[in-house]
Design a protein around this ligand. Sequence first.
Ligand code: PXG
Length: 479
Amino acid sequence: MTRFEPASAYVLPAQSATSAAPQRSTDEYRALDAAHHLHPFSDMGALNRAGSRVIVKAKGVYLWDSDGTKMIDGMAGLWCVNVGYGRKELAEAAYRQMQELPFYNTFFKTTHPPVIELSALLAELTPAPFKHFFYCNSGSEGNDTVLRIVHHYWATQGQRKKKYVISRKNGYHGSTIAGGTLGGMGYMHEQMLSQVEHIEHIDQPYYFGEAQPDETPEAFGLARARQLENKILELGAENVAAFIGEPFQGAGGVIFPPATYWPEIQRICRKYDILLVADEVIGGFGRTGEWFAHQHFGFEPDLITMAKGLTSGYVPMGAVGLHERIAHAIIDNGEFNHGLTYSGHPVAAAVAVANLKLLRDEKIVERVKHDTGPYFQQQLRETFAQHPLVGEIAGTGLVAGLQLAEVPRTRKRFANGGEVGTVCRDFCFNSGLVMRATGDRMLLSPPLVITRSEIDEIIAKAKGALDATAEQFGLAARA
Ligand code: PXG
């Protein structure tokens, strides 16, 4: 397979509706992929030279590639396959809905049963003040929608000056122009010559990487939260509309803030009359053992962004939940000029309903809270607390981040953190474990249906990979 080889003429592959056997050879797949497909967030030259891994099938918590290699998925796809792969209930919901009503819009005084059922179900599953939901296709569109709602809400309150939205460095809120600006990824901002106006960033609550040597987590959490207050005072509270944050940062490295952080953020938002937005795209739908991650951290947002676990990734869908106070301001004040062709798409909504019923009726979230989550966290800590490469184990429920460090005890990080993370990630892949690396943090976020023995398999494979990485960097023998 070479990079610039022209693709062979497209030929329909042999049909294989039921078997896991690849329909083309891996080389053929790779050549066509390199010839015609641009991947997200990828160095395409390097990827095409190496060749993509072709995933052809999945079941439960396992994936198979086109060479027949089986892997355990420690990332639930991309933080989204909460009910695991291969649930017929979701496929059947989509099939039935496509036959009954594959599409109708919700713009011109019309609605349809799936979006009605979904909204009523979300009102039951989200915390009490959330009774109204606006739909879109992704987390990014959810956060674009949040901006629109926030600005429109303040206009309805006669406070049009409230325009600024504050977010955090190393937060992730998507890849549309608004999502990318809201996020705090410098490498994204560098490629975005146009950004959304009136967005400001404060520092993240990343204790391991950014606290002073003698600072306690509690003091650091308060200090980082108080940056919000300083930013509000700098901009003028009368100009600040909202603060948005992921309850824990996912793509940024599963960064769990100290316990003092969110209560202080909440206090500051209330003091200055600033809306508080929880981006629950990763944290929502059971990841922490609560339905929503803000419940784990004990704060009360005004808006919730949702996607991923809403449909377990089987079809794309996002949503924004509005506190009744915000929803009524919008309901009572004329037209809200925002919407997408597929807002409340009937097939997506039908799949979301089937997915949420599985999470609720099979008590999957409760199991994460009381059984598999505590077991996962305990096994991680037993296995890695003394590991020569591991400086911090963050997480709760079925999400975790392992901080790799050159000197764990003093929180000294590797000068080139991404290198050690990539080596470790590759060792994981080679042993049949999908584990993500963000710089020098190794991330796990498996499907919520994972069993204890499957957790044991992840931990054993991760241990093998971390040991091999320590060996490669000459750190294995250190106590
Ligand atoms: N908010 C959060 C908190 C996210 O994690 C989005 C918004 C955007 O959602 P969409 O559906 O527009 O992608 C996300 C997405 C990674 C990774 O590498 C994480 C995401 C997406 C792609 C890659 O960890 N999260």
